[in-house]
Write a protein of this length. Sequence first.
Length: 436
Amino acid sequence: MKRLRIITAGCLAVIAILVAGNVWYLCSLYNSIKEQTLQTVNDCVRRADILEIISRTNKSSNGEDDSFIQLTLRVQGEKRASGGYDYPNILGNLSQTMSEYFHLVDDLQTNLPERNYSMLTSLFVKELNNAGLYPEQAAIYPFDACAGKCEGLWSIDFALSGNAEPIYRACFSPLNGHILRQMAGIIITSGAILLLMGFLIWYLLRWVSRLRTIEQMKDDFTHNMTHELKTPVAVAYSAADSMLRYYDPSDEKRNRQFLKIIMQRLSFLSGMIENILSMSMERFKEMKLTIEEVPLKPLAEEVAGMIELKADKPVKINIDIADNITVEADPLHFGNVLTNLMDNAVKYSLDSVIITVRAYKGSITVEDNGVGIDKPNIPYIFDKFYRVADGDRYETGGYGLGLFYVKQIVDLLGWSIDVESKPGQGTKFTINTAKP
């Protein structure tokens, strides 16, 4: 168990590290996609800026055909050490060169109308939509007159080049939804993996808890069996020792008494072993009941007589069953069910006990005024080897199989059994014989 705890703790630590790494990776991915999105927005501003200048240029053409503008552009490149130029970002450089050129035209042509920021915003929104971005709000303002207009919004400052002063400030609604949609696949798979891991951890811990419970039940069973076996073995051993040490052939009565004690104790041990063997699930699976119509009152009176006869304390058993009530059951095993329930009522009581057995159509109840069962223990009393802690008294001994046997027989008969109990007031078992 200690090794299992160490392995479990190590696995949980590794899982925690993996989860932290996955969260870090998702944050990095979010930031990367956000940077790409902002770069896309910047390109949209640049295109909208160029289109706005072209629009103003067309409006000032005085009827001339300016449906296109002839440009001679020199794209900046990076000079190689061996001579010549490289153009690693030719499209970006071309876009920047065009933007610089159109702004130069805008500055040189004094007859152009004033910059139309409403049109610039409209073109900006259109470019955003063409790029697959749909913010709820979007606007472009002059950089020197944008104070307080972008509160609660994302924004970028647009400049013709990296070293130039910004010209515009583009404000737009946060694009978290767009970014998260880009990450949807990895977020869903990561979430599913985390849920699966969480379920497996819960399942593992649940089974570990159950294994610990089973181990405790095994220890309790060994402890209880030791107490159950010690007394009959000790009694039989004492009787045999007395016969060996003080054997008197002439005292036949005394010899028979000792032999009777030995036989009783051996019979008790034999019955205990048979009961334990009968508790195996394999035996229950193969068990075939002999179902017949059993008169309930005579059977209950017979069992009650045996319980009263062997009890070592005052026992009163009231049988409240009509003469005509019968059940479809195996008389042997159903008799054992009643025996177990009444015997438990006697065991788990104080100096005396009153047991009442009632039967109605569809139900049988066995009620006592014993010590009762605490509520937390009730769900487990039908489990194999389970016993409610009641000290180490031999008279309340047992090995936790009686009620397990009762539950198995009731289930085989197609019935059900319920229990109600209050500590200090007694316990009531109800067998529902009406099949669903």
